[in-house]
Each structure stands twice: as structure tokens, then as C-alpha cells.
Design a protein around this ligand. Structure first.
Ligand code: ADP
Ligand code: MG
Length: 205
């Protein structure tokens, strides 16, 4: 399996459509354990990213990912903007120089993105943040044996698990034990991003 420029553009196109579609749901998730703006933030940033990449020609996937990163950094805001921006910037740097991304190159990109998230968020897995989705996704992709169904199933499991954990980072951490039982909004937006990736991969299976 290899992902070229059109596939990566399609990834973000699908992801943007999902984020726009679930914008109100993402903000609703952010209401009980945050400030209710996650859907608005993500929808604004993703729209900017899509406007940028749909009107340009690219020689390699890393350039697409970099433009997405810069748009998210500039437009999402909140805690999640710098986090997503950093993740995709680190990913783009890790896959620079490849015209198409093999699964192992994508795995390197995921590893770099995850390291960026942890560093930027001063956080780790199990703190009820989007890292709880990115981490198992990275692990799965690095096995080198993946399927689109497997990706979606694992992302959904990770999202469900985020419900049962107590937040120790971000706004949700102020709610302490009361954060338990709520889905983490950032994990939900990340779920849509990986569901979009799975749909691109499914078309190639
Ligand atoms: P804000 O919290 O500033 O309103 P958003 O609502 O856009 O920003 O994003 C909230 C999401 O960001 C959370 O659901 C969580 O997944 C993620 N997040 C917040 N703080 C951190 C952190 N320190 N490390 C990793 N992820 C975080
Ligand atoms: Mg918020």
C-alpha cells in the first residue's frame, strides 16, 4: 500500500467533511468537560486547510501535510490548534523527500507526530486527550499489517476508552473525577481524522 499526493489530499478532504458534519457534536462533547468550542475550532481550521490544499499542486505528500499543519496552527486556536498543528508539522518533516508514502514511512510520520503531541501537550497516553487515539493508531500502523476495518475498529475502541478515564491535562482536568464518563472531544475529532484515513486506504484494498 502506498499513499501519493492525491490520496493524502483525499484524506484531509474526507476528514474535513466529517469534522464539518459533526461540528455541533464535537462542541457538545466539549461542553460538560470544557468550554464548548472544539467543533467550532476544528471546523474553522479544517476549512482553511482544505481551501489551501485544494487550490495548489504538490510534488510530494509532505508538502500537503505541511500546509494542513500551518492552517491548523493558524486557525484552530485553543489547546487543540497548536497540538494538531505540531502533530502534522512533525509528520510532514518525517516523511519529507518521499513522492509516495509506504506504510513504514507513514508509521515514521505517526511516530514523529505522536512525539510532537506529547512534547507540546506535556502529556502522555491515559490522560484523556487526543493522544489516547493517536498512540494506538501509531502502534497499529507500525505493525506493517493493517486493514481499513482494523483501523476504524481500533480508533473506535480508543475513543470509547477515553470515556472511562479521568482527565489530567487540558480544561477537562479541572473537572477531575467528573470528567469520567464523558468522551474526550479531541479524541473524537481524531477519530474522524483516522476514520477518513481508513476510508482512503479502503479504496486501495
Ligand atoms: P480548549 O481546551 O483550549 O478549548 P479545544 O476545545 O479546541 O481547546 O480542544 C480540547 C482538546 O484538546 C481536548 O479534548 C484534548 O483532547 C486536547 N488537549 C487539551 N490539552 C491537551 C494536552 N495538554 N495534551 C494533549 N491534548 C490536549
Ligand atoms: Mg474547548
Amino acid at each position: 500500500m502506498e499513499l501519493g499526493v492525491p490520496d493524502i489530499v483525499k484524506w484531509f478532504d474526507f476528514a474535513n467533511k466529517k469534522i464539518q458534519h459533526h461540528k455541533d457534536y464535537l462542541s457538545a462533547l466539549d461542553r460538560p468537560i470544557g468550554d464548548g468550542d472544539h467543533g467550532i475550532n476544528m471546523a474553522r481550521g479544517c476549512k482553511e486547510a482544505i481551501n489551501k490544499i485544494m487550490t495548489k499542486n504538490y510534488a510530494e505528500p509532505s508538502e500537503v501535510i505541511k500546509d494542513v499543519a500551518m492552517a491548523l496552527l493558524a486557525k484552530v486556536g485553543g489547546a487543540s490548534g497548536p497540538l494538531y498543528g505540531t502533530a502534522f508539522l512533525k509528520m510532514s518533516m518525517a516523511v519529507k523527500g518521499y513522492e509516495v508514502l509506504s506504510l513504514s514511512t507513514l508509521a515514521n510520520g505517526m511516530e514523529a507526530a505522536l512525539a510532537g503531541l506529547k512534547q507540546r501537550g506535556k502529556s502522555d497516553i491515559g490522560e484523556k486527550t487526543l493522544i489516547d487515539v493517536w498512540s494506538p493508531m501509531g502502534d497499529y500502523i507500525s505493525t506493517g499489517e493493517i486493514s481499513s476495518d482494523g483501523l476504524i475498529e481500533l480508533a473506535r475502541d480508543a475513543l470509547e476508552t477515553s470515556k472511562d478515564t479521568m482527565a489530567t491535562k487540558g480544561r477537562a482536568a479541572y473537572f477531575k473525577e467528573k470528567s469520567i464518563g464523558h468522551i474526550d472531544p479531541g479524541s473524537a475529532s481524531s477519530f474522524y481524522i483516522f476514520e477518513a484515513l481508513a476510508e482512503v486506504i479502503k479504496e486501495k484494498e
